[in-house]
Design a protein around this ligand. Structure first.
Ligand SMILES: Nc1ncnc2c1ncn2[C@@H]1O[C@H](COP(=O)(O)OP(=O)(O)OP(=O)(O)O)[C@@H](O)[C@H]1O
Length: 684
């Protein structure tokens, strides 16, 4: 006889049960089902007809249990818990009062403690709110004498918490009504969705505002505690903001508390140059609403619109004492006066005999001693001595100048060479090139002509639109630009990086018009080009930076930078800050790092054995004036160019600063960064 239909199904059921997670079998229902299956299993071996099986099945106590469980569950599902009392809190207080009077037993004491516990009280209070369906705030009753047009009124009740209301009011220029001037994005009023710019205030907390000054209304608001009730005449044409999110980099500082023109200083958002702002509202042509990208959780604040901030920049009124008109300066780089600020003083151009004798010269030692002895023996009668040495040594040329002596090195470069671990010469660290950068008044034509359409605007515009950019592995690396005041250690840090990983980091080979020396190779120390070829590169905007030193031209070409990038390496250059705008192009996508000096004490300590690189001396110890100059120069750079800095590294301890720089470089190349939106537009 074949297996009965039921038995087959029960077998199938059994398989299903076994495959259920063990956790299921722990609850009561699973146990009952297990019993069902066991029972059915008995019939499997019996020769019975279907009716017998069904009879036994329905009689079985386990099925009864199952049905009971089912009906209990059904009852539970239909039953919604109801509050037992409407006012449990009052009852609880009464019970506590009674308990106080009774002689206390341990049980009564415990009951009293439970009823007085804050959590229990909160639970009872929540219970009562549910019992009384007390979910809505109680609004004041509507006045009896409602005029005909009163349906246009809206009563708004806001619960005041520690946050500001997030709305400003003003007097309407024509009607004289007090109206909601603006609702701050993300603030309390905005989140309520009940107040709109343009709504006319009729009453605040029952006080008629007609005839009051806006300041008096503010005082009423400030005094009120708990809830604030506004009676408003709603604006007819409510402006629906599209809330287009726009991110910008602030190119200037802004301090609302110092701005007499801001409609509400407390609602202003202070920001500093370089900070990324999210513009959330541009409806007002003068005052936008923005948040800082670093703090998007906060409600927005007022900032001057692009147009207004430009006007303010022109007016200068809000500048900080130290930063006087710094923002305007940044936009007028081509004026000689501004360049004066950033020019490095040439303190040692002229020096007297004592100075020469006291300086310790390394590398040029022999030559200098020789020079000094000539100088002394000649008893100051020497008019003009020219000492020519073999080309790979040094040459000194001396000339009396107003009782002082001028010293120039022509052949010092060999000692300044920087070699990698394998002894290969690394370009970009040569003395002439560095002195040229320092001495030459940078020709800003190079900067502006490299990006004629947008450079000036980028500098002059108070906000620069930015987007998040993530470099793809197949893209070129971003150009790394280090800048800082002379002597802070820009070259030292650049060297450290290349030393750490010469196959990854490289500086471009500069161009020069000077004669190649016997030990030099074209394309290794420099690209040696004719004056005409150099000038032609200048006119075709081929240089990121160029200048003149000792009658020769030196420059860092765009092509040399691209050659490093095209080789898949990370190109590191150090640049005079005046040239930043020229380097900020979509093809180079530079990441700009400012190397900042540490505190004066830290500089004294860390630079104890270091030597400064000056125009006329090699290996000269840092003096107090040098530290002061580094500090002052750094401050000026931050003020004038801080908006372009992607990162700032304080060069205190060389090792830790280099490690920090390394990790910044990794982030710059591999993690999303804010870059000018125009760089992406041009890419696509
Ligand atoms: N963190 C540091 N601790 C100690 N010495 C340092 C540190 N950073 C730099 N130096 C030393 O300070 C001196 C000046 O550094 P460096 O030549 O790199 O200056 P720079 O910023 O490139 O300026 P310049 O281009 O005018 O030479 C060097 O002798 C360098 O070794």
């Amino acid at each position: 006889m074949g297996l009965p239909q039921k038995a087959t199904e029960s077998l199938r059921m059994h398989e299903t049960m076994e495959m259920t997670p063990s956790g299921l079998q722990e609850n009561g229902l699973s146990q009952v089902l297990t019993m069902v299956l066991e029972e059915l299993g008995l019939y499997y071996h019996q020769d019975v007809n279907g009716i017998g099986v069904l009879y036994n099945l329905l009689q079985a106590p386990w099925l009864q249990s199952l049905l009971k469980v089912h009906s209990c569950l059904q009852q539970y599902i239909q039953q919604r818990p109801q509050p037992v009392l409407p006012k449990a809190c009052i009852l609880s207080n009464e019970v506590v009062g009674v308990l106080r009077e009774t002689t206390s037993s341990a049980d009564l004491r415990e009951l009293k403690r439970l009823l007085q516990g804050p959590h229990f009280k909160a639970l009872l209070s929540a219970h009562d709110m549910v019992a009384q369906a007390d979910f809505e705030p109680v609004l004041p009753p509507l006045p009896d004498n409602i005029p005909d047009n009163e349906e246009a009124m809206r009563i708004v009740c806001l619960v005041k918490n520690k946050q500001p209301l997030g709305a400003t009011i003003k007097r309407h220029e024509i009607t004289g009504d007090i109206i909601v001037a603006r609702v701050i994005h993300g603030g309390l009023a905005d989140r309520s969705g009940l107040l709109y710019a343009g709504d006319k205030l009729v009453e605040v907390n029952g006080v008629l505002v007609d005839g009051l000054e806006p300041e008096q209304v503010i005082q009423i608001l400030a005094r009120s505690e708990g809830t604030i009730v506004f009676k408003l005449s709603p604006v007819n044409d409510r402006y629906i903001s599209s809330h287009t999110m726009l991110y910008v980099r602030a190119m200037a500082d802004y301090w609302p508390q110092q701005d007499p023109a801001i409609p509400c200083a407390d609602a202003g958002l202070p920001f500093q140059r370089g900070e990324i702002l999210q513009i959330v509202d541009q409806n007002d042509s003068l005052w936008w609403q923005a948040r800082k990208a670093s703090d998007l959780g906060r409600c927005a604040g007022l900032i001057p619109s692009n147009h207004l901030l430009k006007r303010k920049q022109r007016e200068f009124w809000w500048s900080q004492p130290f930063m006087s008109h710094s923002c305007i300066k940044a936009s007028q780089l081509s004026t000689i006066g501004e360049e004066e600020d950033m020019k490095i003083e040439e303190k040692f151009v002229e020096a007297d005999e004592e100075t020469f004798e006291s300086e310790e010269l390394k590398g040029g030692n022999v030559i200098c001693k020789f020079f000094c002895s000539v100088h002394r023996n000649s008893n100051h009668l020497v008019q003009d001595i020219y000492i020519s040495m073999p080309q790979d040594l040094a040459t000194i040329w001396m000339q009396p100048q107003r009782h002082n002596y001028r010293l120039e090195y022509f052949g010092q470069e060999k000692e300044d060479e920087f070699r990698d671990k394998d002894g290969n010469i690394i370009a970009g660290f040569r003395r002439s090139m560095r002195l040229c950068r320092r001495k030459t008044l940078i020709n800003h034509m190079s900067c502006y002509s490299r990006c004629p359409s947008n450079c000036y605007h980028t500098v002059a515009a108070p906000y620069e639109e930015v987007v998040r950019y993530q470099r793809r592995p197949c893209d070129r690396h971003r150009l790394i630009v280090l800048l800082g005041p002379s002597g802070v250690g820009v070259n030292e840090m650049r060297k450290q990086l290349i030393d750490l990983n010469p196959s990854m980091f490289k500086s471009p080979v500069p161009h020069t018009t000077r004669q190649k020396k016997t030990y030099e190779e074209n394309g290794r120390e420099y690209f040696f080009v004719s004056k005409e070829a150099f000038e032609s590169m200048v006119y075709s905007h081929g240089f990121l930076e160029y200048g003149e030193y000792n009658g020769h031209m030196y420059g860092t070409s765009v092509e040399a930078v691209k050659a490093v990038l095209d080789a898949g390496m990370i190109c590191i250059i150090d640049l005079e800050p005046q040239c930043i705008t020229g380097v900020r192009t979509h093809e180079l996508k530079p990441y700009i790092i400012f190397i900042k000096p540490p505190s004066r004490n830290c500089m004294r300590y860390t630079r104890k054995n270091a030597s400064i690189f000056t125009d006329y001396y090699v290996n000269m110890k840092f003096k107090e004036e040098d530290f002061q100059e580094i500090e002052e120069s750094a401050k000026k750079m931050e003020v004038q160019f801080g908006q372009f800095f992607d990162q700032v590294v304080v060069n205190d301890n060389l090792e830790s600063a280099t490690v920090q720089l390394m990790s910044i470089l990794r982030c710059a190349q591999d993690e999303p960064q804010w870059i000018p939106a125009s760089w992406i537009c041009l890419d696509s």
